[in-house]
Design a protein around this ligand. Structure first.
Ligand code: AMP
Length: 218
């Protein structure tokens, strides 16, 4: 049965980085709802403008919009053998909708939680910079590029996400605590939750995570 790998964890826990590595290893596409919504917010339409406002506030986008986005994206051909969700579900209602979708698509779900202490998250988020071309992720405190503001991979400029400023970061962490943290109990009930400590170096987190995913699937 093909698989859905769901990454959960606070903003800044490294879900995106780990999802990218998993995507390379398993050949599943990485579906980041944050990336999709940021792209949608660029369009000069009513929806685009509405999304732009919500994203820059750090609040969550409505479940209806997310349900549409996920349904459309996961029905594309590249998802046929499985996919990785990064940033979805983010509340209980979305989690239930995903269960229904998995049944419809005849897929099993593995939930991976990356755990990082709250005090590290703030530096991770406010220090984060992303390559404007290839999407490579850096951090000015923990993983600076060789040349300030420039991507090591392709030499393109790095940018800070507009919602990685201190004020919005606090709002996002609060939204996480209120809406997403309760999902951990929900997923813990039936043993489908795999937990990895996210404070270790990226490669070690990845190694542990792969071991647990393969074990949970066997
Ligand atoms: P992220 O890049 O995952 O931190 O997401 C950036 C922003 O996109 C969040 O602060 C939310 O406003 C929105 N967003 C992403 N995924 C979801 C989701 N599953 N439900 C609601 N809003 C979301």
């Amino acid at each position: 049965m093909s698989k859905i790998i769901v990454m959960i964890g606070a903003p800044g826990a490294g879900k995106g980085t780990q999802a990218r590595l998993l995507s390379e290893k398993y050949g599943y596409p990485q579906i980041s709802t944050g990336d999709i919504l940021r792209e949608m917010a660029q369009s000069d339409t009513e929806l685009g403008r509405e999304l732009k406002g919500i994203l820059s506030s750090g609040n969550l986008v409505s479940d209806d919009i997310l349900a549409e986005v996920i349904k459309e994206r996961t029905s594309r051909d590249d998802c046929s053998s499985g996919y990785i969700l990064d940033g979805y579900p983010r509340n209980l209602n979305q989690a239930r909708l995903l269960e229904d979708l998995a049944v419809q698509q005849d897929r099993s779900i593995v939930f991976v939680r990356v755990i990082v202490h709250m005090d590290s998250l703030l530096r991770r988020l406010t220090g984060r910079r992303t390559c404007t071309r290839c999407g490579e992720i850096y951090n000015v405190y923990f993983r600076p590029p060789q040349k300030e503001g420039i991507c090591d991979v392709d030499g393109a400029p790095l940018a800070q996400r507009s919602d990685d400023t201190a004020e919005t970061v606090i709002r996002r962490l609060e939204a996480y605590k209120a809406s997403t943290a309760p999902l951990v109990d929900y997923y813990n009930q039936d043993g489908r939750l795999v937990e990895v400590p996210g404070d270790l170096p990226v490669e070690q987190v990845f190694e542990k995570m792969c071991g647990l995913i393969d074990f949970s699937a066997s």
